[in-house]
Design a protein around this ligand. Structure first.
Ligand code: SF4
Length: 432
């Protein structure tokens, strides 16, 4: 989401004569786009600000601004840091040219909007330098998961006009991009109500409209919410071969007590029923998840439930964290963060160890199978290899032969680790 927002900001400023540069040392203005979801992310931002503070001592003309979720959360308090000149929340980016102008407007702009979607701003894609891109289809979130700060820092949910989404995707395709990921905190509640009497557009319909732009364009999306994901989306995925067969479906916990306390709006049984639907309608579809270890009052039995759900759901990949309390959230106001740190870390380590096994098993099942892969670039490990992802979102590395970045190749998987498939090309430039 922040990459996508940074591209909107870069466009707003490039329209006023600013140009991006590669190194902070070459910049006249530094913008730090921030995330507040985890405490660690905020700590890293503060460490960067200390460094920018040193740069400002050498060059007092340098301007430093904080964007994103930390801006909304900390507001004026951020100005107390000697590096920070101005603060703009996620719905205030249109103020940036004025904040940086010769008669700067107020240095703190953090008001959340019920309508802002930046639908009319063409994101500055030159920052992406690749063949894959993100397209924001909605902003904010109306859910109130007890641990989550997003509704407080990014505001109420609003969907973007599907025509502007399609136009952006068409531009991307014409510019050589071959994969788009449609982004929203909860894409399943995407809902565009036109001003006239025509019926509202649902996420499944938007997905089909985007997939219909070209069969050479891969379409992904994230994030799904288990309480809102309906079979219409799964059926749309089944109808279009270019909609990638991967679903990120955050479960967070396998215990009904914890799910209730987290205010997630579904039970373990509901979640497993969604997994069964995915397996039924989209055989071979990969599933990833988010898991939190050590939420408030979590018992060893709750933790065991999470491990057992992971075994039942057989996630291909997962993002795993131990709970870190975020200020002003429902959990911070009403619950005690009472699972000791060492217990949280111990449980997280068990979750990670299990997921590593599941990921390895999932990848081993792909050995000797063939996949179509979009070539995304040169592998970090070897200049002789390219990397790309399968439709099931598995990273695949293969000797590049005569293939080219931005084209599709057909590969056969020869071996694997828990994180990567190692393959050989069968057909170069498969569908260009
Ligand atoms: S669905 Fe829950 S976890 Fe996701 S952004 Fe909204 S409140 Fe946060």
């Amino acid at each position: 989401m922040n990459v996508s927002d940074s591209e909107v900001v870069a466009r707003l400023l490039s329209d006023h004569g600013y140009r991006p540069c590669d190194l902070p040392e070459d910049a006249r203005v530094i913008l730090v786009n921030t995330c507040s979801i985890r405490e660690n992310a905020e700590k890293r931002v503060m460490a960067r600000l200390d460094y920018f503070g040193l740069m400002k001592r050498q060059d007092p003309q340098l301007k430093v601004g904080i964007l994103g979720c930390m801006a909304t959360r900390l507001k004026e308090a951020l100005l107390e840091h000697p590096a920070v000149d101005f603060v703009a929340g996620p719905d205030s980016y249109r103020h940036l040219p004025g904040m940086l102008g010769p008669s700067p407007t107020a240095p703190v702009q953090v008001k959340l909007s019920a309508t802002e979607t930046y639908a009319d701003i063409k994101p500055y894609r030159e920052l992406s330098r690749g063949v894959t891109s993100f397209v924001t289809i909605m902003r904010g979130c109306n859910n109130m998961c007890a641990y989550c700060i997003v509704p407080y820092v990014r505001g109420r949910e609003r969907s973007r006009d599907p025509l502007s989404v399609e136009e952006e995707v068409r531009d991307l395709f014409a510019g050589g991009f071959r994969e788009v990921t449609l982004l929203g905190q909860n894409v399943n509640s995407y809902h565009w109500k036109p001003g006239d009497s025509t019926a509202p557009v649902t996420f499944a319909q938007l997905l089909e409209r985007v997939a219909g732009i070209s069969s050479l364009l891969r379409v992904r999306y994230t994030t799904s919410h288990p309480k809102d994901m309906q079979d219409d989306v799964l059926r749309a995925m089944a109808r279009y071969p270019n909609i990638c067969k991967h679903i990120h479906l955050p479960v967070q916990s396998g215990s009904n007590q914890m799910l209730k306390k987290m205010n997630r709006g579904y039970t373990r049984e509901d979640y497993l029923e969604r997994i069964a639907s995915i397996r039924r309608i989209l055989p071979g579809c990969s599933i990833s998840s988010d898991i939190i270890a050590g939420f408030c009052d979590e018992t060893p039995e709750d933790h065991a439930q999470t491990l057992s759900l992971m075994k039942e759901a057989r996630f291909d990949q997962a993002f795993m964290f131990h709970y870190s309390q975020r200020p002003n959230t429902l959990a911070a106001r009403h619950y005690q963060d009472n699972v000791p740190e060492d217990v949280k870390i111990g449980r997280l380590n068990e979750i990670i160890a299990l997921q590593n096994l599941l990921s390895l098993e999932s990848n081993r099942a792909d050995v000797d199978k063939e996949f179509e892969v979009l070539v995304e670039g040169v592998s970090k490990r070897s200049r002789e290899d390219y990397f790309g992802r399968t439709g099931t979102n598995k990273v695949c590395v293969f000797p590049h032969g005569n293939s080219t970045v931005g084209n599709y190749v057909r590969v056969k998987v020869k071996s694997c680790t828990a994180a990567t498939l190692k393959a050989e090309i069968i057909t170069e430039n498969n569908r260009s």
